[in-house]
Design a protein around this ligand. Structure first.
Ligand SMILES: [Zn+2]
Ligand SMILES: [Zn+2]
Length: 144
């Protein structure tokens, strides 16, 4: 696994503290979204003295620097992952099943928004809530 996020942070003129390096390593090595608590627990393995507020502050900082993406997954839960591939999420509000969708599906919408409002929408990480096919089927059975 490369340390390209660390390099990016340095290239943007920021200091690489042991805390920042350890948190970035955790995020880079994960292949899924991590909640702040998960990031804290994983970081603690290599940096036992790190505190939870430090992890939360650092994650917010990384997000503001475009190094990590943050998404709302419902129930007020925030999740983080390394920035890089542009995607969005579909989450089932019944069973919590989540699906990743490619940004290319939404790109025409972003383009339309820009043309009709003049806004350049920059949230390339949006969560849509709904009912998955499985739960829809169950609901139809109940209703009929
Ligand atoms: Zn995501
Ligand atoms: Zn479902």
């Amino acid at each position: 696994m490369s340390h390209h996020l660390t390099q990016q942070l340095q290239a943007q003129g920021h200091r690489i503290t042991p805390q920042r390096a350890a948190i970035l390593r955790v995020i880079e090595q994960s292949d899924k979204h991590l909640t702040p608590v998960e990031v804290y627990q994983l970081t603690k393995k290599s940096l036992p003295e790190i505190t939870e507020p430090t992890v939360y502050r650092t994650l917010t900082f990384f997000a503001s620097q475009g190094l990590v993406m943050v998404a709302h997954m419902g129930n007020g839960q925030l999740v983080y992952e390394a920035a890089g591939h542009e995607h969005h999420h579909l989450v089932c509000r019944e069973c919590n099943y989540s699906l990743e969708i490619d940004h290319s599906i939404l790109e025409p919408l972003y383009q339309q928004l820009k043309e009709s409002t003049g806004y350049e929408v920059d949230s390339i990480h949006v969560t849509f809530f709904g009912l998955c096919p499985h739960c829809r089927e169950n609901q139809e059975e109940v209703e009929s």
